[in-house]
Design a protein. Sequence first.
Length: 390
Amino acid sequence: MTDLDDLRAELDEFAQPEKKKNYSAREERIIAGFEEIQRFVEQQGRAPQHGEDKDIFERLYAVRLERLRALEECRELLIPRDHQGLLSGAYSSDAELVEVMDDDALLAELAGAAGSADITELRHVRTSAEKRAAEEIATRSPCKDFHNFKPLFEEIQKDIELGTRKTIPFGKDGSVEVGNFFILSGQKIYVAEVGEEFIGSDGRTEYRLRVIFDNGVESNQLMRSLQKRLWEDKTSRRITVPDLGPLFSDSLEEGDSESGTIYVLRSLSDNPYIAEHRDVIHKIGVTGGKVETRIANAEHDSTYLLAKVEVVATYKLAGINRTKLENLFHRLFAPARLSITINDRFGHPVKPEEWFLVPLFVIDEAVERIKDGSITGYIYDPKAAELVKD
């Protein structure tokens, strides 16, 4: 038997090489996407898994594998290459099956795969725009101080729903400045920082940005790179600055009141954190009725931290739109929103959102600037505990 094996080996050397099958571009993309998953499994010893704690590429591979398993055409093409048993489930991702997609959706998801040599590199062979998008995603990292930015995104969403902010096309001017909000690839993004001016490799002026995404990650990218992505994304939008309309007027409109009261409350809660910072934790509201009536049952209402409150300041105003005015306060002090969770009277955790770590003298200044109209040029700096020019 050994002699026959040796003879067969010698004959194999003279055998005609097997003709390589020609695959369509569609099949090559499917194969390339599967080979990326195989390299991941070889290095990690397990199938890719879903989950927010997983690397973005691992999550991409997990979705891709579930889709490949779901489509008969893909299984027939890949089973001869599946030496790891991925398609039969020998390696389990321990994740819920994602929605089965049709061929076109699968190919759209695989569109960038080209068999990259490294599992942390997402190579695209389609367009330069796709390459830049993948490179930008690869540079994203968790935003460690996202708790400071989450309230801003929440306020932005509320403003959009109320109509005080609008979303418009990115526009020809293409300006990007600190404090701007955009929608890019379906995500809200915030330009938190703009670095010092420098000359880029092309000889043009450039800036390094810190961009925060609404899913809790951030990216350190060049301004021109962000501008280019916004231009190339046909669905990108610029989120406008608030259009509050008149807060004070000589004539009343729907929602206005002949007399209104801005009230500032201080909690008498015995919660250790609240007690320690009692002098700077305030709730700001606007009412057309009596403040005393509004707070009568504070100790039974999670909005008031399930504790009695004291009124530390009131401001009488005439001809105001109460909803717009209250939204203005909440947006102004959003960076200093109190982040605290308490149990309601049924033991369920609640997170009140209308309390802020703001000194009373800053609230006084804000009211005066609202009256004279200068508030539009100021933002609140929680670190300095003061209003600063925007």
